[in-house]
Design a protein around this ligand. Structure first.
Ligand code: Z5A
Length: 212
């Protein structure tokens, strides 16, 4: 892929503050005169948004098989990469994405227990070489994530995945930390429990350091 842009993703447990930080960072890039595109997974394209609704809220008869869930996330990502992310990067723009392939590695691989080797092959198929340049993991405890999410939804879990039990979300948190440790060149782990302005400052410090 011939690209001159910058691709940054934000990951972490639910309620970690990803959307908040993406919005703050997008403003900084705009002030610096960069063409910024913010997007999210699942979603970010008309097809992806349909898949998002299904994968989060499917309420028809029968549960969603983990294998089907994995492929829905993969389908949404394949579409997003080809129709949105790659074209913007090829034009030299900045892409800020709320979750990406690492969420699949952690949620479907570690927490759902699907075959990690197959997930790697799925990443090859859906992304090719379109991996992020930098990935921030905003680390928060499961309690903090739950209480932020529940405050927003006035007490009720808002989707199928959020409604999973506490050990599932603990596995997710530990999974992101382990992944970051395995790939220190791409990942930066930040304390997502700090106030939003402090997290934002750390994001900018990491970014300025990474970009020289
Ligand atoms: N999923 C998957 O299983 N496999 C995949 O491949 C992908 C995703 C891509 C998507 O749900 C679900 O799909 C997700 C993973 C799964 N399920 N779970 N769990 P989503 O997109 O609806 O939700 P989310 O990604 O989990 O994010 P979120 O809950 O919307 O939260 P957030 O974007 O990280 O946080 P926020 O919206 O910026 O902040 C949440 C609240 O906390 C809000 O009221 C803020 O004002 C507040 N906040 C933010 N930062 C702070 C700080 N620093 N201090 C205090 N309060 C804060």
């Amino acid at each position: 892929m011939n690209r001159t842009g910058l691709f940054i993703t934000f990951e972490g447990p639910e309620g970690a503050g990803k959307s908040t930080q993406i919005s703050l960072l997008a403003d900084v890039f705009r002030q610096r005169g960069r063409a910024v595109l913010t997007t999210r997974e699942p979603g970010g394209t008309p097809l992806g948004e349909e898949l998002r609704r299904l994968v989060k809220h499917f309420g028809g008869p029968g549960s969603v098989a983990p294998e089907a869930e994995l492929l829905m996330f993969g389908a949404s990502r394949a579409q997003l990469v080809r129709h949105v992310i790659r074209p913007h990067l090829e034009q030299g723009g900045v892409v800020l994405c709320d979750r990406f392939a690492d969420s699949t590695t952690v949620y479907q691989g570690l927490a759902r227990g699907l075959d990690p080797a197959f997930i790697e092959r799925l990443h090859d198929f859906t992304l090719g070489d379109c991996w992020p340049d930098l990935t921030f993991v905003l680390d928060v405890s499961v309690e903090t994530g739950f209480s932020r999410a529940r405050a927003r939804s006035q007490g009720a879990p808002v989707d199928r995945i959020e409604a999973e039990a506490r050990p599932f979300h603990e596995t997710v948190r530990q999974g992101f930390l382990a992944l970051a440790e395995r790939h220190p060149e791409r990942f930066r782990v930040l304390d997502g429990e700090a106030p939003p302005a402090a997290v934002h400052r750390h994001v900018l410090e990491c970014l300025d350091h990474a970009l020289g």
